[in-house]
Design a binder for this molecule. Structure first.
Ligand code: ATP
Ligand code: MG
Length: 564
């Protein structure tokens, strides 16, 4: 695994070097115009966030523009639900395309006209080979391909056939339009690639207007050219397609952007391709695209990640030409870094144990003051009710503790956060011998958590007042996969083998401060000693649900120190 990344934001990278050179030579008259071009065939994931931050970020830095464009050229896999989710995700991440929301399907007629132009220039032909034959004729990396028997049709025949393809006269797959380039090229992409196929499918935006659809390589460069994009950023696997990108635009003698490839983001313990994420959804391994375990932007959002933390992550990983895998712990580090500064610190007891403070008066309720966030005094203070019966964490009490146990045990004194020092003196059990409650006495002079004699205690526990706490459901998450690289699978096996059976734990009897009774979904908190949590959209009136975003323990600092 490779953890290297460019740490300082605003730093330079190889893409900026290229842009600076273009600005120096005046190739684009100093313009910088990028685009983020998702195909609406699934929800966006954290890898897309890298591309979004890169494209919008560069436009911002150079005072340029960035378009949001849907590459909706494959009607079979694309859906309106995906379009809506993508728009919402990009906006939530904090980016603005102003009035430049485009759809490739809006250019279908222009693309079609360009295709006729290519036919007239004798650079495209209608081919009757089926897809299997086309593959056979293509040859291999070692052997040149074979020319199609239909390669030398006349311009008139080609135009006539192409028009009839469009009008729906031929069956799906029976004909294609192909570019006439070079069947002996060392680059397989240049061996007369298909540019149009017949597909009698309903398109979410153009309906049944078209029965021929452009192929990606043909469409993408044209979309960029039509929008006068300057720098067309894409992932490394398109490096071998760049000659074709350039060939099409040169053959049409039209405006040509510069395609630049960068390494895609890979993350440990997850999968990233939309196709694989779709299987997780379809097979109900997760509860939808926005399941908090998903690496989708919607999933991360529901899990409690802030847009700031995702942007900071994309900034820290930087861009490079070499594929690598980033440790998931680094993404979590970015979440903590932002949430530590911005989230309110509250008390929540996940597995409650009843504590009776026998020395405290029966019906007194005191309101004790607590900082909302000691990192940021401007977030103010709040009052928390304290009373005779409270709940602490079951794990914070042990009847026969080992040597270095700093929490509550018979005869031991601990601090209750924001409240009093208490000492345990009795354990109550039911007839099965299970502990049902513990009895303590408090030191009235320790109000607020400190004593006049500065007596030290080792442990500080969180708690909630029994009469005031609100019952909540808390969902704790782990990685979705048990393997660092779930795609590294032995032959004949699938990544499904490495799904983590314990990726979610639901605690239905947690108790939270009364403050958290009706949280607005997506409000982010720190539950002290437990981590960062986010109110889930499943929350109902008086029955809140919280997702743990991350624990408080930072593993990234350790990993990154090791690798430096
Ligand atoms: P997937 O393989 O996950 O379906 P894709 O590349 O097919 O991804 P598109 O919708 O075509 O998805 O991608 C939109 C943009 O996001 C493209 O420019 C693509 O290069 C970029 N992108 C996709 N995945 C990543 C990734 N893991 N890291 C960086 N950029 C990515
Ligand atoms: Mg794609």
């Amino acid at each position: 695994m490779n953890n290297n990344y460019t740490e300082n934001s605003g730093s330079t990278n190889f893409i900026k070097t290229i842009i600076n050179e273009h600005n120096r030579t005046g190739r684009f008259n100093g313009r910088v115009h990028t685009r983020f071009p998702p195909e609406p065939n699934g929800y966006l994931h954290i890898g897309h966030a890298k591309s979004i931050c890169l494209n919008f970020g560069l436009a911002d830095e150079y005072g340029g523009k960035c378009n949001l464009r849907f590459d909706d050229t494959n009607p079979v896999k694309e859906e309106q639900e995906y379009i809506d989710a993508i728009i919402e995700n990009v906006r939530w991440l904090g980016f603005d395309w102003e009035d430049r929301l485009y759809f490739a399907s809006d250019y279908f007629q222009i693309m079609y006209d360009f295709a006729e132009q290519l036919i007239i220039a004798e650079k495209a032909y209608v081919c009757d080979l089926n897809s299997e034959q086309i593959r056979e004729y293509r040859g291999t990396l070692k052997e040149p391909g074979q020319e199609s028997p239909w390669r030398n049709r006349s311009v008139a025949d080609n135009l006539d056939l192409f028009r009839r393809m469009r009008s729906g006269e031929f069956e799906d797959g029976s004909k294609t339009l192909r570019a006439k380039i070079d069947m002996a090229s060392g680059n397989l992409n240049m061996r007369d690639p298909v540019i149009y196929r017949i597909l009698k499918a309903h398109h979410p935006r153009t309906g049944s207007q078209w029965c021929i659809y452009p192929m990606y390589d043909w469409a993408h460069g044209l979309e960029d050219s039509i929008e006068r994009i300057t720098h067309s950023l894409c992932t490394l696997e398109f490096e071998d397609h760049r000659p074709l990108y350039d060939w099409f635009l040169e053959a049409l003698d039209t405006y040509r952007p510069q395609q630049i490839e960068f390494a895609r983001l890979n993350l440990t313990y997850t999968v990233m391709s939309k196709r694989k994420l779709l299987t997780l959804v379809k097979d109900k391994i997760v509860n939808g695209w926005d399941d908090p375990r998903m690496p989708t932007i919607s999933g991360l959002r529901r899990r409690g990640y802030s847009p700031e933390s995702i942007r900071s992550f994309c900034d820290k990983i930087g861009v490079s030409k070499a594929n690598s895998t980033v440790d998931y712990a680094m993404l979590e580090y970015c979440a903590r870094e932002h949430l530590n500064k911005t989230s309110q610190r509250v008390m929540a007891v996940l597995k409650p144990l009843k504590v009776v403070i026998t020395s405290y008066s029966d019906d007194a309720v005191e309101m004790l003051e607590a900082d909302n966030n000691p990192e940021d005094p401007s977030m103010g203070k709040r009052l928390i009710p304290f009373s005779k019966i409270i709940y602490i964490e079951t794990d914070d009490f042990m009847e026969n503790p080992p040597g270095k146990y700093f929490r509550l045990a018979p005869g031991k004194e601990v601090r209750l956060k924001h409240a009093y020092y208490i000492t345990c003196n009795k354990v109550i059990r039911d007839h099965n011998g299970n502990i049902t409650e513990i009895h303590c006495t408090h030191d009235p002079k320790s109000r607020g958590g400190w004593t006049p004699d500065n007596r030290r205690v080792k442990g500080t526990l969180h708690w909630v007042s029994a009469g005031h706490a609100v019952k909540a459901e808390v969902r704790l998450y782990e990685h979705l996969f048990t393997k660092e690289n779930p795609l590294d699978v032995p032959d004949g096996k699938s990544f499904f083998e490495f799904i983590n059976e314990n990726s979610v734990t639901v605690l239905k009897n947690a108790l939270v401060e009364p403050e958290l009774k009706n949280p607005k979904p997506e409000t982010r908190y720190q539950f002290i000693r437990h981590g960062y949590f986010c109110a889930d959209s499943d929350s109902k009136n008086n029955a809140p649900v919280f997702n743990r975003t991350v624990t408080l323990k930072d593993t990234w600092a350790k990993i990154s120190r090791k690798s430096r």
